[in-house]
Design a binder for this molecule. Structure first.
Ligand code: PMP
Length: 406
């Protein structure tokens, strides 16, 4: 039986509750702690949702043929040749990642800082999570030398790390790893015989289309499992649509069967109307492609604006290149903050909320407690409050009221 200490609400979902309570009490809170874009659902997708309403019967566990075929096309167009048999769709990538933790044997190597659910998911699946540092210039990819060291030490101490999780583009740093580094980490995974889980939920939010994106599944296809979904790129977090792509070999297909078995006992199927939406979105007709690139450019412009504000404030910060987060480190302001009694990320998170009414996610939730904070750079304050304003920002791929943003 898992320890009771594991049974806690994921911190960013708990923070949503805190904001709701503060707002109900009359406080004006700017909520930048939760990882979702506030863009409206795209009209053609809403139409698909309505059209799918009569799909009220349970569907196939891994997803119906049309949605799996469309998702296979999505990956194939991104240099990962894929057949429908390599695909499982589910209610978000989070449950698919959790299913992988249940199915794959061995312990897990988690980059640090990292999305806050990887470690609790590994622990809930009874695994040990070994943290591996990500140097600040590495965008979602641990340092290969550090990976080798952690694996060596863990194995020497009787641990059994067999899986490494990568996030491309990265949450929380908002950056994309250079292809050369992706190749190096794949070589290290090969040498150490590790399975790679490549979490590519921000894959279509690369701010400058000229930035190269290399998936580990292109370099090490036989050992890489990719997860993705529509929550971030098409702002559909509440609709819960995720996808998992398995290697096209006997091992990959056996992991697919394992995930399908978990799915059959936990969520049964992706909801019928969502299969309709996902089949359309993954097929990427022209209007979806345009929406994806406008949204990537807009999130890039907003992230750049937030980045500039952070640098002006005196924090150190890497310029964002992908996703919609900015991850400044307030270490340079340490003395100044210590005067106010703030000595770590948790204190800084509290200080910003109590003093300015701004809630962000402290680095302590992400494996980094020295003084970093994650700001979501996908805020309606910057790209408009109403659906109309947001559509206008999207059309111009330009945040509202920020004349200094190029
Ligand atoms: N991976 C990362 C890195 C994320 O940031 C998130 C959402 N915060 C997810 C996975 C899960 O997304 P979903 O379940 O909505 O697909």
């Amino acid at each position: 039986m898992p320890e009771a200490t594991l049974w806690r609400t994921s911190p960013n979902l708990a923070l949503n509750q805190l904001v709701a309570e503060r707002r109900a009490a009359g406080d004006d809170v700017v909520h930048l702690a939760f990882g979702e874009s506030r863009l409206p659902a795209f009209g053609p997708l809403t139409e698909r949702l309505a059209r799918g309403a009569d799909r009220n019967a349970y569907g196939p566990v891994a997803g119906g043929e049309p949605v799996r075929r469309a998702a296979a096309g999505y990956f194939s167009r991104r240099n990962m040749p894929t057949g429908p048999d390599q695909i499982v769709v589910g209610p978000g990538s989070k449950p698919l990642l959790m299913a992988l933790q249940h199915v794959l044997p061995g312990d897990v190597l988690i980059p640090r800082p990292a999305w806050n659910s990887y470690v609790p998911q590994a622990r809930l699946a009874g695994k040990t999570a070994f943290e591996v540092p990500i140097p600040s210039e590495c965008g979602g990819i641990p340092d290969p030398a550090a990976l080798r060291d952690v694996v060596r030490q863990a194995r020497a101490a009787g641990g059994d790390p067999r899986i490494v999780v990568l996030t491309l583009p990265d949450n929380p740093t908002g950056t994309l790893a250079p292809p050369a580094l992706v190749r190096e980490i794949c070589a290290a995974a090969e040498e150490l015989d590790l399975v790679i889980i490549s979490d590519e939920i921000y894959r279509d939010i690369v701010h400058d289309p000229a930035t190269p994106f290399l998936s580990p599944a292109e370099v090490a296809p036989e050992r890489t499992i990719v997860t993705n979904g529509l929550s971030k790129t098409l702002a559909l977090g509440g609709w819960r649509i995720g996808v998992c792509r398995f290697p096209d070999n006997a091992w990959g297909l056996s992991v697919r069967d394992g995930v399908t078995s978990v799915a059959s006992e936990v969520w049964s199927t992706l909801a019928g109307p969502m299969q309709e939406v996902a089949a359309y979105a993954f097929a990427e007709p022209e209007e979806i492609r345009q929406r994806l690139s406008a949204s990537a450019r807009l999130h890039g412009a907003v992230a750049r604006a937030v980045y500039e504000i952070m640098v002006d404030a005196g924090a150190t910060c890497r310029p964002p290149t992908g996703g919609f987060y900015v991850y400044p480190d307030f270490e340079p302001l340490r003395t100044h903050l210590a005067w106010r009694g703030v000595t770590d990320s948790a204190g800084l998170q509290r200080h910003l909320l109590d003093t300015y009414g701004v809630l962000v996610l402290g680095g302590h939730h992400l494996g980094d407690d020295a003084g970093a904070l994650r700001f979501k750079a996908a805020t309606s304050m910057l790209y408009g409050e109403t659906a109309e304003e947001q559509e206008r920002s999207l059309a111009a791929a330009d945040p509202l009221a920020l004349p200094h943003v190029e």
